[in-house]
Design a protein. Structure first.
Length: 266
């Protein structure tokens, strides 16, 4: 799978680098330098702790909106540009609730992958969100990034799919043409466990198509070994945080020790 080529290992762990609120967000602290310093510190802790990849997301742009304002996008790009030279692992982008801007952000910053709900119509706390899979695939080609891997959420946290489609139909439709990079299976919210039965079902449906499946939320040190028996990797954010909300390198190291033992890393 492409994941082995990109990350250099089977069943990679992609760590979430959650940016502080950005200009345009109500919670912005007023200093972009502070946001950059926090991002740089978290990046170093994640990399020194041994993660295989990093996904940079504006996770704290509360309240979320699928209309990401220009100032927020520019600030996010500025932060990524400031820490770009220190990134030592493959990295991706995630402009929350905005799949098209996720692709544009990845193309602009040289990211290797993007994660979002790139396909489907959903509703939840933040309203109705519609993602045109065909347009999103075409966008990466138009931007000169056919190599960009799209990690597609099949069930975004906190949202439900508007169309009552069997999951097999969803997987088959998105897989058609071979443009999806991976499927991401989420729990009901950030840090909450994904349904084991649903994760297993998606893995079974995706396997014949040679599309990897990531457990998208709820990966913890005490659950990751079991998760990796069926999933092709995990996206981890909450489990790496300390009491102060910043990445705790000791938690990262402990988590990755379990992962590496499970993978049989030398």
């Amino acid at each position: 799978m492409w994941t082995k080529e990109m990350f250099g290992t089977e069943k990679p762990i992609i760590a979430l680098l959650h940016l502080d609120p950005l200009p345009g967000d109500p919670g912005f602290c007023g200093s972009l330098d502070t946001v950059i310093a926090h991002a740089a510190s978290d990046l170093n802790a994640l990399q020194d702790g041994g993660v295989d990849g990093v996904l940079i997301a504006n996770e704290f742009s509360f309240p979320m909106s699928d209309v990401t304002r220009t100032e927020t996008l520019m600030a996010m790009t500025c932060v990524i540009g400031a820490i770009r030279k220190d990134i030592r692992v493959p990295f991706g982008t995630n402009v929350v609730l905005n799949p098209a801007e996720t692709i544009r952000m990845a193309a602009a910053t040289g990211a290797s992958f993007g994660r979002s709900a790139f396909s489907g119509a959903f509703t939840g706390t933040y309203g109705v969100h519609v993602a045109d899979w065909g347009e999103n695939v075409r966008l990466k080609y138009a931007l000169g990034r056919p190599d960009l891997q799209l990690l597609c959420k099949v069930n975004p946290e906190g949202d439900v799919r508007l169309a009552d489609m069997p999951i097999k139909a969803v997987i088959d439709g998105i897989s058609l043409g071979g443009h999806v990079g991976a499927f991401c299976v989420s729990g009901p919210g950030a840090g909450q466990e994904a349904s084991w039965d649903f994760l297993k079902q998606v893995c079974e449906l995706a396997a014949p198509k040679h599309v990897p499946v990531f457990c998208n939320t709820g990966c913890r040190q005490d659950t990751i070994e079991r998760i990796l028996t069926i999933a092709d990797g995990g996206c981890v954010g909450t489990a790496f945080k300390g009491a102060d909300g910043r990445v705790d390198i000791n938690k990262v190291k402990s988590f990755m020790e379990v992962v590496k033992k499970s993978r049989g890393d030398r």
